[in-house]
Design a protein around this ligand. Structure first.
Ligand code: VG1
Ligand code: CO
Length: 543
C-alpha cells in the first residue's frame, strides 16, 4: 500500500460554473478527467495534515466510482480523516451540515443537482469550504487555472473501501469514516423547528405528498417526515434514490414535477405538496390547487419567520439573487431589515451569512435556505412551511394570498431556451450588451425604460467584484426583464429570461402570469431578437 504518481496532461474546459464542474457522465468517464480536477483542487488547498474532508454525492450514476477515486487521492494528499456518507450518499445541505458539525476543512459534493442522471446523463463535482458553503469564485478560478497545468496525479494503489459499512477503515494513514447520511442533518432540523407542532398537524389529519423524484432527498424526507413527525407511510413518494432518478428529470418545478402538480390539482388532493431535486437542495411548495412561486415562498418565510423556534429572535436580513422577484424586498422593508441583491448562485450568500448580515436567502430557481447551513436546503423549506401552517392555522394558499394582499403580487415567470448553439447565444448576449447604453430613458414596445445595465456585484464583506452577472432592463414602474446564460448546463447554451411585474390591484392578481407578463415578453423579443438568434419561436421550458 503506497503512494503513486500518475503522469497526466490537462483537459480543456474544466472551469466550474454556477455550481461546480458539470459535464456529461461520458466526459467524466474519460481516464484521468476526474483525477485531474481533484488534483487541481488539492494543489490549490493548503497542506491537509490533521484536517478532515467530507465526501458525498446524490447517488447518481458514477457516484461510487468517483468517490473511490477521491478517497484514494485524499489519502495521498494526507488528510487525517475523511467522512463519507454511507453508500456514497449525502445530500448537498447534509454535506454542509456535516462540514460544520465536524469542523471539517471542506467537502467534495458529487452531483449535477437538477440535471438528469444515468449513463447518458450528467455528473458533477464541487468543493465546499470550511463554513460549509460552495467555494467562492477566487477558489474556483484558482482550481481552473491549476487544471490548465496539472501534470501528475497523486494517489494510492489501494483496493476500494466498503462504502456500505458504517464505521472506520483506513487508506494508508488516513482514516475513512463511513457515516449515517441523515443523522447530522436531522439533528440540525430538530434544533430549528417545532417538531411537536408539526407532529400534531399530521396527527390531526393534515396530508402531504413529498415527491423526492427518485433522488437523494428520499432518505432524509422519509426519516424526518414519516419516521419522526408521524406523517403516514406513503407521504414520501419516489423516495428511493436511483442512479438514473428513474429516468425522471429531478428538477422540482411545475414542468418536471408534473405528476405532483396533477395530484395537488385532483379532486382528492392532499393539503400540501412538495418536491426536491437531485441533490435535495431545491424545493417546490404546492398548496391544494395552488402553486407557490419560489420568490413568494422566500417572502412568506421571511414575513413569518418568528413563528418558527429557530428564528424566534428575528432575522438579521435577507438576500436574494438578482433575477429573483422583489417580493422579499418588500417584506424586508416592512420588517426594517436589510435586503441584499447578489448574483445567481449560492456561493454569493456565504459571506453575508458568515458576517451575520443575513439569516434567510433565496433564488427564483426553487432554492431557499438560511444560515443553519451554507447551502440551499429543500427539506428545510418544506419543514418551514409545515411549521408555519401548524403555527398559524392557515393553508399555503392563504399565506401567499395574505402576502399579495399586503404587498401586492410580484407576478413572475422564467423562460428558458435550452440547447442553443453556443455561438448564437453568445451573439445574442453581445448584441444585447452593446445596445444597453441606448435603452435607458427610451420607450420600448410602449413601455418606458428607467435603466438598462449589466449587473455587477461588489461583495460588501470582502470587496470582491463580479461583473457581467446578467443584463437587466428595468421599467419606470419597477417591472423587469433579465437575461443571462445558464452556468449549469452541459449541452450548448441555455438562455434564461426572467420576467417580473408588480401587481398591487387585488382584482387583477389572479390573471395568469403569462398573460399578465405579455407586454414584457414582447419587450424581451424586441430588444434581444430571441427568435432571430435562437431560431426558436417559444421557450423550451416556462416556469
Ligand atoms: C441554476 C440556477 C441558480 C442555481 C444553480 C445551482 O444556475 O439558475 O439559481 O443556484 O442552478 O442550483 P444557472 O447558471 O443554470 O442559471 V443546483 O440545485 O443545480 O445546484
Ligand atoms: Co440542486
Amino acid at each position: 500500500m503506497s503512494r503513486i504518481t500518475i503522469p497526466t496532461s490537462p483537459f480543456d474546459g474544466q472551469r466550474p460554473g454556477t455550481s461546480g464542474l458539470r459535464k456529461k457522465v461520458t466526459v467524466f468517464q474519460q481516464p484521468r478527467y476526474l483525477e485531474n480536477f481533484v488534483q487541481a483542487l488539492f494543489d490549490v488547498l493548503p497542506d491537509a495534515a490533521g484536517l478532515t474532508l467530507v465526501v458525498g454525492g446524490d447517488g447518481r450514476f458514477h457516484n461510487r466510482v468517483a468517490i473511490q477515486t477521491i478517497l484514494r487521492m485524499a489519502a495521498a494528499k494526507g488528510y487525517a480523516r475523511v467522512l463519507v456518507g454511507q453508500g456514497g450518499i449525502l445530500s448537498t445541505p447534509a454535506v454542509s451540515a456535516v462540514i460544520r458539525r465536524h469542523g471539517a476543512s471542506g467537502g467534495i459534493v458529487l452531483s449535477a443537482s437538477h440535471n438528469p442522471g444515468g449513463p447518458e446523463g450528467d455528473f458533477g463535482i464541487k468543493y465546499n469550504v470550511a463554513n460549509g458553503g460552495p467555494a467562492p469564485e477566487r477558489v474556483t478560478e484558482a482550481i481552473f487555472e491549476r487544471t490548465k497545468v496539472v501534470r501528475e496525479i497523486r494517489t494510492m494503489d489501494t483496493a476500494d473501501i466498503s462504502l456500505d459499512t458504517l464505521g472506520s477503515q483506513h487508506i494508508g494513514s488516513t482514516e475513512v469514516l463511513v457515516i449515517d447520511p441523515v443523522s447530522d442533518y436531522a439533528e440540525v432540523m430538530r434544533g430549528l423547528f417545532d417538531f411537536d407542532a408539526i407532529r400534531k398537524l399530521f396527527a390531526g389529519g393534515f396530508t402531504l405528498r413529498y415527491d423526492a423524484m427518485c433522488a437523494v432527498g428520499g432518505p432524509y424526507a422519509k426519516a424526518l417526515l414519516e419516521g419522526e413527525l408521524g406523517a403516514p407511510a406513503g407521504t414520501v413518494v419516489n423516495g428511493t434514490p436511483l442512479e438514473d432518478f428513474g429516468g425522471l428529470h429531478p428538477d422540482p418545478n411545475p414542468v418536471n414535477a408534473e405528476d405532483l402538480i396533477a395530484h395537488l390539482f385532483a379532486a382528492d388532493a392532499p393539503d400540501m405538496g412538495a418536491a426536491s431535486d437531485g441533490d435535495a437542495d431545491r424545493n417546490m411548495i404546492v398548496g391544494r390547487k395552488f402553486v407557490v412561486s419560489p420568490s413568494d415562498s422566500l417572502a412568506v418565510i421571511a414575513a413569518h419567520a418568528t413563528l418558527v423556534p429557530g428564528y424566534r429572535a428575528g432575522i438579521a436580513g435577507v438576500a436574494r439573487s438578482m433575477p429573483t422577484s422583489t417580493a422579499v424586498d418588500r417584506v424586508a422593508k416592512a420588517l426594517g431589515i436589510p435586503c441584499f441583491e447578489t448574483p445567481t448562485g449560492w456561493k454569493f450568500f456565504g459571506n453575508l451569512m458568515d458576517a451575520g448580515k443575513v439569516t434567510l436567502c433565496g433564488e427564483e430557481s426553487y432554492g431557499t435556505g438560511s444560515s443553519h447551513v451554507r447551502e440551499k436546503d429543500g427539506l428545510w423549506a418544506v419543514l418551514f412551511w409545515l411549521n408555519l401552517i401548524a403555527a398559524s392555522g392557515k393553508s399555503a394558499e392563504e399565506l401567499v394570498r395574505e402576502l399579495w394582499a399586503q404587498y401586492g403580487r410580484c407576478v413572475y415567470s422564467r423562460h428558458d431556451y435550452e440547447g442553443i448553439p453556443t455561438e448564437q447565444a453568445d451573439a445574442l448576449m453581445r448584441d444585447l450588451r452593446a445596445s444597453l447604453p441606448t435603452l435607458g430613458g427610451t420607450s420600448i414596445a410602449g413601455l418606458p425604460v428607467d435603466f438598462a445595465d449589466d449587473f455587477a456585484y461588489t461583495d460588501p464583506v470582502d470587496g470582491s467584484v463580479s461583473q457581467k452577472q446578467g443584463v437587466r432592463i428595468v421599467l419606470t414602474d419597477g417591472s423587469r426583464v433579465v437575461f443571462r446564460l445558464s452556468g449549469t448546463g452541459t449541452e450548448g447554451a441555455t438562455l434564461r429570461i426572467y420576467l417580473e411585474r408588480h401587481e398591487p390591484d387585488a382584482t387583477r392578481q389572479d390573471i395568469p402570469a403569462q398573460e399578465a407578463l405579455q407586454p414584457l415578453i414582447a419587450l424581451a423579443e424586441m430588444v434581444a431578437r430571441i427568435r432571430h438568434f435562437t431560431g426558436m419561436n417559444q421557450p423550451t421550458v416556462t416556469t
